[in-house]
Design a protein around this ligand. Structure first.
Ligand code: CIR
Length: 258
């Protein structure tokens, strides 16, 4: 049974970091409700939810994906590119330490979990406004001895690599080619987002099903036509904080005894 680590929504979510979006009013009660439904989706897909209490003083702390990269062999604790997000790490380290050997990214490296896409034993690391070359070098040093190949991928026009491309099946990626070079993914099958839905590539694969935002209707149709089974979630409020469905959880296989 996979574990999904989540964290409640901070009441200060509106003070979040924003890079590509203009600030908008966020309905916090609705954001909390949407987050709860998201946790229910993950539970329905077979995850054991480890739900951490909200960190009220850390506006972006609901986006736990950015704090760590977890594989069977280890968990890399990140050093987020946004300074305001670095205090999110210690509480995640405490939880993850029960499941995995921990490796911590150190200065001058920066890396956000949203920039790391894992397909089998290949790790694609986005070079973005949040993740730098030193961060990717540290990711490589931690993951290559465990049998992974790490490839750096430049990202432009969006926040993270996983804003531009995500796995929707073991052999299929959902992609916005305007934000990342599709040629870098070799012969993996690709599904393009609908032209009118540039932000639609963020999708969370759990087992063989995909948690997907209901608002990207055209891309959703494409996924369905391609035989991808989806569970949809309304993410309207968290999306105003530039968050997507991958951002709100750390999903990994349970091993060891917490
Ligand atoms: C940030 O800018 O850091 C947050 N407002 C959004 C983070 C979203 N995380 C993700 O895509 N992995």
């Amino acid at each position: 049974m996979p574990i999904a680590i989540t964290r409640g929504v901070s009441l200060k979510l509106e003070r979040c970091e924003l890079t590509h979006l203009d600030p908008e009013a966020i309905d916090i009660a609705r954001a909390c409700e949407q987050h709860l439904r998201y946790e229910h989706c993950l539970a329905a897909l077979g995850c054991e939810i480890v739900s951490l209490p909200a960190e009220s003083e850390l506006p972006d702390s609901v986006f736990v994906e950015d704090t760590a990269v977890v594989v069977d062999e280890l968990a890399l604790l990140t050093r987020p590119g946004a300074r305001s997000r670095r205090p999110e790490i210690p509480s995640i380290a405490e939880v993850l330490g029960a499941y995995r050997r921990l490796v911590q990214v150190v200065p001058p490296g920066t890396i956000d979990g949203g920039d790391v896409l894992i397909v089998g034993r290949t790790v694609y690391a986005g070079l973005s406004a949040r993740t730098n070359a030193d961060g990717v070098a540290q990711l490589k040093a931690a993951f290559e001895p465990a049998g992974y190949t790490v490839t750096a991928v430049p990202v432009t026009g969006c926040l993270h690599l996983k804003s531009a491309v995500c796995a929707v099946a073991a052999d299929t990626l959902l992609i916005n080619r305007d934000w990342v070079d599709a040629a870098l993914f070799g012969r993996i099958k690709l599904i393009d987002v609908a032209r009118t839905e540039p932000a639609a590539a963020n999708a969370l694969l759990v087992g063989k099903k995909v948690v997907y935002p209901s608002r990207h209707e055209r891309t959703l149709e494409r996924l369905t036509r391609a035989g991808i089974e989806t569970v949809t979630a309304d993410f309207s409020e968290l999306a105003k904080a530039e968050g997507g469905v991958t951002c709100c959880s750390l999903v990994f296989e349970k091993q060891g005894t917490p």
